[in-house]
Ligand binder design. Structure first.
Ligand code: CA
Length: 381
């Protein structure tokens, strides 16, 4: 992309300063030609800085200010014991934005595809992308994550209209390295996720809805002490495993070793959103297979029970759609509802049913699952 930009910039004059493209969610802006902020080394004692404020979510409000500072404090008045030349490139969050910082406390230089999300170290403080100090004895000290960085990504979190947007900015930063005579900061391109609070990957310019399907390492039925490893195959990059529809604390890897009986599934998230997997029902019957073969009853689990307005369903979905039927104690069909197999949370609205006992059936292909529940009218209604 960089080579292409360089070539294009030869031909494209100032009429085309940048081009923005937007798919459903990721809004990408390619600065063309790349913009450089250059601070030439001073030839005499003094301090000089230039700064530029930039807007990275295209709402006209500046989010970040870059400052390039150079100084020579050698000799002159008052006399310096240790003269030095210093160069700093600083990033200052503006108007409520924050920058993603690394473990050193400096703005992190992220690699391609690093996840920029709430789960990161965000700082409101102005901080150095890089700082270089050149001593009169010729030694140079550098600090910061961005010394002579090429194609690094800066993570930015913008607060716009009370909502949180995650962004990346691709930068080249060159310090006052030996032989060079200037500090240079080049802003190449940037993008943000236009859906509030949704993460973005460093360098990501478009996203598609995640896909997920579960595979298992072996039998879903085993004796206590054993386990089965479930793997969420797909395109997402954040995972949350659930047992009986409740998040399992800390189970955020691509795989999960299930050791206890229950209905398991995984919610997979990427920049475009979340997708729920199908379910796997794990049973721990504790009988050996050479004994009587245990027939696992296909169980439909419903909760809460009694229910007042929403009834949640859990059953081992196989393929295709399913039909949910609710019948009252007189055998009259009171509700019928279709669900797609990809639906993550299956809920039935029972708010309008009279109080009483109901039977519920889920027909999924050749298989049928049965349960019953009691409808109660909420005391708060
Ligand atoms: Ca902005």
């Amino acid at each position: 992309m960089k080579l292409l930009q360089t070539k294009l910039s030869t031909f494209i004059i100032m009429t085309m300063l940048f081009s923005a493209s937007a798919n459903a969610q990721i809004v990408y802006t390619d600065i063309n030609p790349d913009t450089s902020i250059i601070r030439t080394r001073l030839n005499q004692r003094g301090i000089y800085s230039i700064e530029q404020s930039r807007d990275f979510n295209n709402d006209g409000i500046a989010d970040l200010r870059f400052t390039l500072i150079t100084s020579i404090i050698t000799g002159g008045f008052p006399p310096q014991n240790t003269g030095y030349t210093a160069g700093t490139i600083r990033a200052t969050p503006l108007n409520g934005s924050t920058i993603l910082t690394g473990s050193s406390g400096y703005p992190a230089k992220l690699n391609l595809n690093a996840i920029i999300s709430a789960n990161a170290n965000w700082s409101t403080l102005a901080n150095q992308l890089m700082f270089e100090k050149r001593l009169t004895n010729g030694n140079t000290t550098n600090t910061g994550n961005w010394n002579t960085a090429t194609d690094g990504f800066l993570g930015l979190r913008v607060i716009a209209g009370g909502q949180t947007l995650y962004c990346w900015i691709q930068l080249n930063a060159a310090a006052f390295t030996s032989g060079a005579n200037a500090a240079i900061l080049t802003i190449k391109d940037y993008a943000f996720n236009s859906v509030p609070s949704r993460p973005i990957l460093a360098g990501e310019t478009s996203c598609t809805t995640p896909t997920v399907n579960l595979t298992q390492s072996g039998s879903l039925s085993f004796c206590a002490g054993d386990s089965v490893t479930l793997t969420a195959n797909g395109t997402g990059y954040q995972y949350q495993w659930k047992k009986n529809n409740v998040n399992i604390a800390g189970a955020t890897a691509k795989t999960y070793a299930a050791k206890t009986a229950g209905v398991y599934k995984c919610k997979v998230t990427n920049s475009c959103g979340s997708k729920g997997s199908g379910t796997r029902t794990v049973t721990v019957p504790c009988r050996t297979s050479d004994d009587n073969v245990v027939q696992i009853e296909e169980q439909l689990s419903v909760y809460p029970n009694p229910a007042t307005d929403q009834l949640n369903l859990e059953f081992p979905f196989t393929e295709g759609d399913a039909i949910i039927t609710v019948v009252n104690s007189l055998g009259q069909t009171m509700l019928k509802q279709n669900v797609a197999s990809a639906d993550e949370d299956i809920q039935v609205n029972v708010q309008n049913l009279p109080e009483g006992l109901y039977f519920i059936t889920v027909q999924n292909g050749e298989r049928a699952f049965y349960s019953r529940f009691i409808k109660k009218v909420s005391v708060f209604n």
